[in-house]
Ligand binder design. Structure first.
Ligand code: CTP
Length: 406
């Protein structure tokens, strides 16, 4: 496709150095390379010696339309592959897949192959997409290395849950190429960093209220909408703290995640972060009631019925609304009847700037699915949006939030 003003592609003119390490996920690097090329990027590929066992340099050279770099110098003619020049050439150094071994070496500064020396010389943003078995990923050594790298500014595209090459199920599978390419696109597209310098909180998912050590009260919220919003705000440059109930969703790239269980824990985390923030999006499905007494031991069944006394939880959104000042505050309402009247009442009561109304009566809206149909309501009026993906809904919410923050 020609690149002119009308057909501009997202990565036109961008130089991406793609680093491939020795993981079975290296096969996905071929698709990733194609996506980056199709988006307009100039791609050069550096591989570790082991990566060549998983995907051939010929494949990657053909896709990237550039020779592949593996060794410090060409064994045939002695030509030197300058890691310094490579690091200077790139607008972004993307290492995908990144093995536990390479991450550990990056964290400690080991420089025993071209991919690593280039990392140490790179001045551009560095992105890693880890890929490994679930136990290797969960191991404290790997987690610590990831924290070290993140603290040094390396951006991490978290792996996903699913079936791994070992046959085990769990977290460790490299993120899908489209997610990685989108992340790199967002990182490089400074024009879209419309929320740079802003600090935002997103609450997401369901809370869990313990009855005893075994049972709890919760709800059907999947967290997908909140995660999509957190990802969208981060992609626009905001520093996002995602206060989340238990989900199996991957943390959106670039987001700081705080895991909580109960409404009380979510209250502490959200209220604690609010003062230093520019606002919050309250997407979590927070329990309104929690058991008045939590049994230390498992409650045994008896012959008759069982009554559990519940007490009200604290309303996080209302608390933030009370101390809002000129921060922005966005609420959600999930209703089944008299939807707009209920949502408008919550808008006023909790001091939201606007509220996102979902009706469970709309097909394709609400829990678990990947689509949503919402109405945005503020004091000036309503905007009913058509059925769209949760990602698109997130973008529309971010657009509205931006206009308020300005
Ligand atoms: N919310 C919150 N803390 C709570 C309860 C709700 O932050 N303890 C937030 C939700 O994240 C959402 C909004 O408040 O943004 C929902 O309002 P709410 O009146 O609590 O809705 P419901 O719980 O559905 O209330 P009701 O049962 O009265 O419909």
């Amino acid at each position: 496709m020609a690149s002119d003003a009308t057909t501009r592609r997202p990565l036109d003119g961008r130089r991406i150095l793609l680093g491939i390490t020795g993981s079975i996920a290296a096969y996905k690097a071929a698709v990733l390379c194609r996506l980056l090329k199709t988006a307009g990027a100039d791609v050069r590929v550096v591989m570790t010696p082991l990566a060549k066992q998983f995907i051939t340099p010929l494949t990657m050279a053909t896709l990237s339309k550039n020779p592949i770099l593996v060794e410090f110098f060409d064994p045939e003619n002695g030509a030197w592959n300058s890691h310094v020049a490579l690091g200077e050439w790139a607008d972004c150094y993307l290492i995908a897949p990144a093995t536990a071994n390479t991450l550990a070496k990056m964290a400690t500064g080991v420089a025993d192959n071209l991919l690593l020396t280039t990392y140490l010389s790179a001045r551009c943003p560095v992105v890693v997409a880890p890929a490994m078995d679930l136990d290797m990923y969960a191991h404290e050594a790997t987690q610590q290395n990831l924290r070290t790298l993140a603290a040094r500014g390396v951006r991490i595209v978290e792996p996903e849950e699913g079936e791994l090459a070992s046959g085990l199920q769990g977290k460790g599978r490299m993120a899908e190429p489209d997610r990685i390419a989108a992340f790199v696109g967002g990182l490089l597209d400074e024009k879209k960093k419309t929320l740079a310098g802003k600090r935002l909180i997103v609450t997401a998912g369901a809370t869990i209220e313990a009855i005893d050590p075994v049972r709890f009260i919760s709800n059907h919220s999947s967290g997908k909408m909140g995660y999509a919003i957190a990802g969208e705000l981060a992609a626009r440059g905001a520093a996002v703290t995602l206060v989340t109930g238990r989900t199996s969703l991957p943390t959106p790239a670039g987001v700081e995640r705080v895991d909580v269980l109960s409404a009380a824990e979510m209250y502490e985390a959200a209220v604690g972060a609010f003062d230093a923030s520019d606002g919050a999006v309250m997407c979590a499905a927070v329990a309104d009631y929690t058991p008045a007494h939590v049994s230390d031991t498992k409650i045994k069944k008896g012959d008759g019925g069982l009554t559990i006394e519940l007490r009200r939880t604290r309303d996080i959104a209302a608390e933030l609304g009370a101390r809002k000042g000129d921060r922005v505050l966005v609420g959600f309402a999930l209703e089944t009847d008299d939807e707009e009247a209920h949502a408008e009442a919550k808008l006023t009561k909790k001091n939201f700037d606007f509220i996102v109304l979902n009706s469970l009566r709309d097909p394709g809206a609400g829990f678990r699915g990947d689509t949503n149909k919402v109405t945005l309501i503020d004091r000036a009026g309503r905007e009913e949006l058509p059925l769209m993906s949760k990602r698109e809904v997130a973008a529309r919410i971010a657009d509205k939030l931006e206009t308020i923050l300005k």
